[in-house]
Ligand binder design. Structure first.
Ligand SMILES: *Cc1c(COP(=O)(O)O)cnc(C)c1O
Length: 430
């Protein structure tokens, strides 16, 4: 079975892209731990190098274990194709690389993962790319930030750290009107909770490091292409529409149609940027994805229960979980991620910075780490760790004010987690 669309998500997360190994009958997808693949003859090698035949050459470009993961991700997101790479941050560069160039810009949400804010506000400037940060709840401001040099719109479906929900349909409409691709980071939601392509996204990027692998073992990234964007409708995307000198003048969009972005990502992106996912990491990620729906249901059940309990606690000033009735984004949950608002949210403590530091230090089941989306419950006080170099204004804008703590709710017993939070809150007030 591959990607039969009639199967439900729970079936596809186990079977899509995989079949018993043709050489041995092995039921589980083998880890193809090899760098290179033997050519049948010189003609076969030439056809592969000319992109006239699809096959395996060298594992910087393609590997059979990684290929199963790519097909599974494309199926789960409802896309035409997918390219996996070494991390979520690599996926963001790989997604932008065919679209951008010196002097060009992208319009991005202010509500993004902290590392993405740094990548977009600092590092991509070295490529001559500019990111314009806009409040994506202000649709007029998003439209106004777009100009002739804009090549992409970028946001997260459920945004880290606060669990804010982006109105993907509204943003997709703006992107569509401007003839631009919408790129959605779907890391915090996963395709089980949100399928951005159904809301108009062109590309979906993932840090597979988080909920997809699910147990904090390996790094990985992925770009899923909807296959729906017309790269040849304007002259804005020459990497995909114009002749490619590195392949004897081949035009990716004309030649590969809905798979143009995917083929470009492998044949140019992985070949020349080299941000390759290794087959061991692909294996761990495939193992994780087999139980994705089961884990997400438990993450949500626990997060709802814990967020509701925290909301009534005396030491807690605010809880940002969009799954709560009190959240301003509660209505968007029903439309954008109807199965639930994920497992990530922040709490504000009345005791301020000092209370947050004590609280994090007193937790026993929750681990204080810079990660999320693990079966283990995780906590981080951004202001004293990852964001400690920021000014008070920047901390506030990033949703990481000194009195804010981020929780990533795991799949443990919810009552055990509540008991741990309760004892730590008591110590934080003392
Ligand atoms: C972790 C994360 C990233 C970066 O992914 P890495 O795998 O750590 O490179 C990007 N976006 C979001 C929403 C994340 O949580």
């Amino acid at each position: 079975m591959s990607d039969a669309p009639s199967y439900g998500f729970e079936t596809q997360q186990i079977h899509a892209g995989a079949q018993p190994d043709p050489a041995t009958g092995a039921r589980q997808t083998p880890i193809y731990q090899t760098t290179a693949y033997v050519f049948r003859d010189a003609d076969h090698a030439a056809a592969l190098f000319n992109l006239q035949e699809v096959g395996y050459i060298y594992s910087r470009l393609t590997n059979p274990t990684v290929a199963v993961l790519q097909e599974r991700m494309a199926t789960l997101e409802g896309g035409a194709g997918a390219v996996c790479c070494s991390s979520g941050h690599a996926a963001q560069i790989m997604a932008l690389f065919p679209l951008m160039g010196p002097g060009l810009n992208l319009v991005v949400s202010t509500r993004l993962y902290g590392g993405t804010v740094t990548q977009f506000s600092q590092t991509i400037k070295r490529f001559g790319w500019e990111a314009r940060f806009v409040d994506f709840d202000d649709e007029a401001a998003v439209a106004a930030a777009i100009d002739d040099d804009t090549r992409a719109i970028f946001c997260e479906s459920i945004a880290n750290p606060g669990g804010y929900i982006t109105d993907l349909d509204a943003i997709a409409k703006i992107a569509d009107g401007a003839g631009l691709p919408l790129i959605v980071d779907n890391t915090s939601a996963t395709p089980y909770l949100c399928r951005p392509i159904e809301h108009g996204a062109t590309l979906v990027v993932h840090s597979m490091t988080k909920f997809l692998t699910g147990n904090g073992t390996v790094m990985g990234g992925c770009i899923v292409d909807s296959g729906k964007f017309d790269w040849s409708a304007s002259d804005k995307f020459p990497s995909l529409s114009a002749p490619e000198p590195a392949y004897h003048g081949l035009k990716f969009h004309e030649t590969f149609g809905a798979l143009a972005f995917t083929f470009h990502g492998i044949a140019i992106g992985l070949r020349d940027l080299g941000m390759t996912l290794n087959p061991q990491a692909a294996h761990y990620t495939l193992m994780g994805i087999e139980t994705l729906s089961l884990r997400m249901e438990r993450h949500i059940e626990n997060a709802r229960k814990i967020a509701g309990w925290l909301e009534t606690h005396d030491a807690v000033e605010a809880v940002t979980y969009a799954g709560l009735e009190s959240s301003p984004y509660h209505d968007r949950v029903a439309r954008i991620c109807p199965k639930g608002a994920g497992g990530l949210f922040t709490i504000t403590l009345k005791g301020g910075y000092e209370a947050c530091v004590k609280f994090v230090g007193a937790l026993e089941l929750f681990s204080h780490v810079a990660n999320l989306g693990d079966t283990r419950s995780l906590v981080i006080h951004s202001a004293s760790t990852t964001h400690r170099q920021l000014t008070p204004e920047q901390l506030e804008a990033a949703g990481a004010a000194p009195n804010v703590v981020r929780l990533s709710i795991g799949t443990e017993n919810a009552d055990d987690l509540i008991a741990d939070l309760d004892q730590a809150l008591a110590k934080s007030a003392g």
